[in-house]
Design a protein around this ligand. Sequence first.
Ligand code: HEC
Ligand code: HEC
Length: 357
Amino acid sequence: MMKRQQHHRVLLCLALLLLSTGCKKKEVSARPIGAEVHIQPLLGLPPVPIPKDNPPTADTIALGRRLFYDKRVSVDNTLSCASCHDPRDYFTDGKNVSTGVRGALGTRNAPTILNAAYLPFQFWDGRAITLEEQAAFPIANPVEMSQPHAADVSKLGDDPEYRALFKKAFGTEDVNIARVEAALASFERTALTGNSPFDQYQFGGNKNALTPAQLRGYGVFLNPNGGNCASCHTIAPQGALFTDGKFHNIGEGVNDDGDFSDIGRFHETKVATDKGAFKTPTLRNVAKTAPYMHNGRLKTLKEVIDFYAGQGNSNQYLDPEMKKIHMTGQDRTDLLEFLNALTGDVTPNLGPPSNSK
Ligand code: HEC
Ligand code: HEC
């Protein structure tokens, strides 16, 4: 009897102890506290998908913008997100593959962050789904910013200005990685591009927005027996992203033995047919974002078009849509003109914030 009571008391004490320690470690929410801001898409774009748990607010967008340009996010304070996603280059870096901290060479070409808000997968191989999830990768990647997350957060948390901005955005001064990700993602959701001559023609009702050569090139782009480009670089009635968000093997980066220098999507899925498959990139502003492909191997759009005219590079997993196409010399120059019509406007307020360090 006595023994049993003691036993109960011990259990009770244990329960209380667990409860109290549980209470001391209070949950820090990464949910924004301000009013949700509506993000207005540009002509030619569908509505911006917004996650339920991270509605963009004026304060999280402003904080994300500041973080995007802050070199303290990298281990040796030399790189910001904008070092590789430069607003002057439509948020790319113009290099074949990116260079990280201490000159470390990456293996892939930096895609733009413009319209990344619409993508069902992030990265060439889709290893992140959301923009929130994506942001954590470059910060910790040893060949990018190489910053352990704990160190990163404490560095920012040492700055009283940041603590105040986190408080404004999330309700308390706590600086943690989930909040950094939420703010960066909200800023990126405002980074859109549209209203190109193509959009004015297609969605704005201006039938003179494209030149005759561009119009002919548009026909080549759409024609399944011509360029067949739109089967992967899609145009939908509610908006044109010029990507289906899926992974295809077009034979880029394959050697003479049919081996790939980068296995791409296979890395994530381990499905053999995904070997050498990469996410279809957008073609918006493509005339301004050379070099091309996941490895930056092709220097000009002419080279890209000639690559497709040759039906990509042969290998056993080549996408069935990489079929034999018929493009005359005229078709190819027209197609090039059409790609030039995809250069559009970029949403305002994306540059470095005026007082960023
Ligand atoms: C050292 C250069 C570098 C830095 C710094 C960098 N990135 Fe990137 N970023 C890249 C490269 C290269 C890729 C493609 C990598 C891959 O697919 O494997 C990429 C991919 C992305 C993507 C995916 C886009 C798409 O179409 O799939 C987003 C979004 C992005 N970066 C945002 C950021 C943010 C936010 C930061 C700062 C926290 C950042 N990047 C820092 C080079 C960089
Ligand atoms: C089977 C799907 C598919 C078809 C068809 C297709 N593409 Fe692509 N495109 C892709 C994929 C996937 C990539 C990225 C491949 C890689 O990097 O390995 C790509 C890359 C590109 C790039 C490089 C963009 C950048 O930012 O690096 C351009 C330009 C391009 N395609 C234009 C075209 C044109 C023009 C056509 C028609 C002649 C076409 N594509 C047909 C799937 C396709």
